[in-house]
Design a protein around this ligand. Sequence first.
Ligand SMILES: Nc1ncnc2c1ncn2[C@@H]1O[C@@H]2COP(=O)(O)O[C@H]2[C@H]1O
Length: 220
Amino acid sequence: MFETLTGPAIFVHLAAIMYVIAMLIREQLILRLFILAGTGLYIVYYFTIGDVPLWEAIFWSVMIGLTNIYSIIVMSLERTTFNMTDEEKVILGKFSSLNPGQFRKLMKVGQAQDANAETLMTIEGKHSDYLYFLVSGTCRAKRGDVTFDINESCFIGEISMLLNIPATATTLLETGGRYIVWSKEDIEKLQRKNPNIGIALSSIMKLDLAEKVSKSVRVA
Ligand SMILES: Nc1ncnc2c1ncn2[C@@H]1O[C@@H]2COP(=O)(O)O[C@H]2[C@H]1O
């Protein structure tokens, strides 16, 4: 077998070595790059092995290679902030348990809004269908007789979502504030399709809650 190492057969040996190395790698992106190299070497082999290239084998190898390249591009995009706005990059900093691809999926089901007037977000004791992330501005909140401000870069509506209870406060965003709003139903659908996003989002909301508690003062 190995006496053919100098002819076109060298390519089939190299291709197989690429595949064997790929099978030892867990990291998807690197694994796929080795498979791609192997596929390229197989194509060279099919071109050079006989008087006539093995077109059927070449055709399917090219198809496999193109499919692999498509997945490599999708995976690479999922790991980078390419094409994100500056605002999205800042929000991603807060959502650090999500990778950029998961974050894009979450943002796709949400809507960025500017408050052109005072905007009521939650009503104490009432179920809310929405989760908000306050990008900028201040939200006035009232719980019982106590009023307080909630400042930017945090969630509004995460307590009722995490505990599945009515809103614990009435919250009103001042005019000019900016926020992202998600329908809880859309988030639940997304979580069912991507359980990892659900786990990451709930840990981000818990962290947000811990930060709020760490800054809160006892008022009564
Ligand atoms: N003490 C607090 N500090 C900061 N934010 C609060 C406080 N109490 C309630 N909230 C926010 O107000 C929201 C009202 O709806 P939720 O209870 O779903 O989630 C609540 C929090 O996002």
